[in-house]
Design a protein around this ligand. Structure first.
Ligand code: MG
Length: 290
């Protein structure tokens, strides 16, 4: 059981904003590749984070981009998200892309039904929900999200200071409660999630990486849960963590707007001209997400 706070840190936080040389290499290798694997997170990566998880419906720009990437027969596109499969199906079900929901609890291959790679139990949920409900009363604006095999406490909508303090307390409480169980407690961005151990985005990534040989691998994510995916990628992969934070990923980008601009330039096949000193996202054709 690891939390964002408990995991070992390097002494210096080194973010590596995708430099122009790497951007160029990425475009060149993408253009040359015969088989490409593209792994994308959704929240915070293809769309900005919002206080209420239900409000993060993909904008048209994202749907057009995904469709465009997927239409290229050289591309295998997979969205690996913590979202429940109902949301994933509703938003992306019609696209010819692979989907993983609840961090890999559920997998949907293009054109197939959702299935669980590993049998899991959910009989632990009522006990955890009872604990979370007690904390709900103490933070107006907090949300409890119940998924099929995990439970999430969102505190982005609550008072910032109170939220952090209460999250600390809740995290300790849950760690004690789940000790010696097959559950794990995870701290993400303004969320605490309890889920079955042994399921994470890395396993979902490996599922697709094992099926075929790829000569280009790109993975982009913004959260601690995406680090599990970065960890299983081949050394040659382009891994990008959204947000200027320390990461296993080779590179960082500022926000989801920069991610969309980068992916659009790949899908469009042209490398955007580099203007020294230009602010992020100022390449031609970029626009800020609405
Ligand atoms: Mg995310």
């Amino acid at each position: 059981m690891l939390s964002e706070d408990a995991r070992p840190r390097r002494l210096v936080i080194v973010a590596n904003r995708l430099p122009f040389s790497a951007r160029k290499a990425l475009h060149e290798q993408y253009a040359r590749a015969e088989r490409r694997a593209i792994f994308l997170d959704y929240d915070g990566t293809l769309t900005p984070l919002v206080p209420h998880p239900g409000a993060a419906k993909p904008e048209r720009r994202v749907m057009v981009l995904l469709e465009r990437l997927a239409r290229d027969p050289r591309n295998m596109v997979a969205i690996i998200s913590g979202r429940p499969r109902e949301a994933m199906q509703g938003w992306f079900g019609a696209l010819p892309i692979h989907l993983a929901a609840e961090h890999g609890v559920w997998i949907r291959e293009v054109g197939e039904a959702w299935r669980m790679p590993k049998e899991l139990r959910a009989d632990w949920k009522p006990g955890i929900i009872a604990i979370l409900e007690r904390y709900m009363d103490r933070l107006p604006g907090a949300l409890l999200e119940e998924k099929e095999f995990s439970v999430v406490w969102h505190y982005r909508g609550g008072h910032p200071g109170q939220g952090e303090a209460l999250a600390e307390e809740l995290f300790d409480h849950l760690m004690k409660f789940t000790a010696n169980t097959d559950l794990q407690v995870i701290r993400g961005k303004k969320v605490i999630e309890v889920r079955n151990a042994g399921i994470h985005k890395g396993i979902a990534g490996q599922h697709w990486l094992a099926k075929e040989r790829y000569d280009f691998v790109l993975a982009i994510g913004d959260d601690w849960t995406d680090e599990d995916l970065f960890a299983v990628l081949p050394d040659s992969a382009f891994s990008i963590r959204v947000g200027l934070v320390n990461s296993r990923a080779r590179f960082n980008l500022d926000d989801s707007s920069e991610v969309l601009t980068l992916l659009e330039s790949l899908a469009g096949g042209e490398l955007p001209p580099f203007v020294p000193g230009s602010p992020p996202g100022s390449f031609p054709g970029s626009s800020s997400p609405s």
